[in-house]
Design a binder for this molecule. Structure first.
Ligand code: FMN
Length: 299
């Protein structure tokens, strides 16, 4: 589901059959996609067992032919992009598979490449390898400096955005898990970039970057609760109440991370235990008016 605020819309496909993917890509465009991305990075067994996601990095020639076929199937004005990892395993990373694939894709019309700094075998464990991302950035730039490479992995703060851009030279960043508990990361990261540029600060000067004041952009406690409400309402609108409450139950800890510095156990418990939508709304509004008091009682 999307809306007018969500533009441009990119739809991502995973798979390994060129014909099916080509049909899928056409469907995406007919249904509002302004950009189509091919998932070449998913490490999940369910996906790789069907030769999709990061399994595509294991046979670069076949993946490049598939991509070529997709590029031909799409109207010229629709950018085709790809997201990948650093390779299937450590050896593939050392062999520079990600660079070979990324440059090959660019030669076949890729408009942008996104790289996550881990291998498939690492899944989400271990460190995100910024040098590995830098290698892809450098190699794509040497081929064509106009094709952006986006860095991805472990961005949890606005400073991490700058650190990723400085270390790798990437054109931008993609944020995943960090935004689950901190949806304001996008505006904070964006503003920090703007202020770094305005103030003429070197991206590598972490002390000066860290000293930039972003407090005007930090959400108030009310805004954080409004975000919770909006998130719940949208899930009810686009899915249903049971799903919305299920997500809140599952993710109560994550959702509470930003609220009162994470000190909001009564709210998290109430979100987890709510059996009706009204109980979710009551829990949030009760916290809004009596939050600190509840904590005090608990202590
Ligand atoms: C629950 C979940 C679902 C994801 N689904 C996709 C997906 O559909 N396509 C994709 O390219 N990456 C997907 N990813 C990977 C993220 O885009 C991202 O590469 C990864 O989480 C690492 O970035 P992060 O450290 O900022 O989270 C998913 C990650 C998570 C945690």
């Amino acid at each position: 589901m999307t809306n007018e605020l969500d533009r441009p819309v990119c739809m991502q496909l995973y798979g390994s059959d060129a014909d099916i993917l080509a049909q899928g890509a056409q469907w995406c465009v007919e249904n509002g996609a302004q950009v189509v991305d091919i998932n070449m990075g998913c490490p999940v067994d369910k996906v790789t067992k069907k030769d999709g996601g990061s399994k595509l990095m294991c046979d670069v020639d076949r993946t490049l032919s598939m991509f070529e076929r997709l590029r031909e199937a799409l109207p010229k004005h629709v950018p085709l992009t790809a997201k990948m990892r650093l390779g299937w395993n450590h050896q593939a990373k050392l062999d520079g598979v990600a660079s070979t694939l990324a440059v090959g894709l660019c030669q076949r019309g890729a408009a942008m490449i996104t790289v996550h700094g881990r291998t498939t075998k690492q899944k989400f464990k271990g460190e995100c390898d910024l040098d590995g991302i830098k290698r892809v950035v450098d190699d794509v730039r040497a081929h064509n400096p106009h094709i952006p490479v986006i860095g991805n992995g472990d961005i949890k703060s606005a400073n991490d955005v700058i650190a990723m851009m400085h270390h790798t030279g990437c054109a931008g960043v993609m944020i995943g898990r960090g935004s689950f508990s901190n949806p304001w990361l996008f505006r904070l990261g964006w503003a920090l970039q703007q202020r770094v540029i305005e103030q003429g600060i070197d991206l590598g000067n972490s002390e000066a970057v860290g000293a930039i004041d972003l407090t005007d952009l930090h959400p108030s406690e009310d805004e954080k609760l409004d975000m919770l409400l909006g998130f719940f309402d949208r899930m009810v609108e686009y899915r249903d109440s049971d799903h919305a409450r299920h997500v809140f139950r599952q993710k109560a800890n994550l959702l509470g991370k930003q609220i009162n510095g994470g000190h909001c156990r009564p709210l998290k418990n109430a979100l987890r235990e709510a059996k009706t939508d009204a109980e979710i709304y009551d829990a949030i509004e009760h916290w809004r008016t009596h939050g600190a008091e509840q904590l005090h009682i608990e202590l």
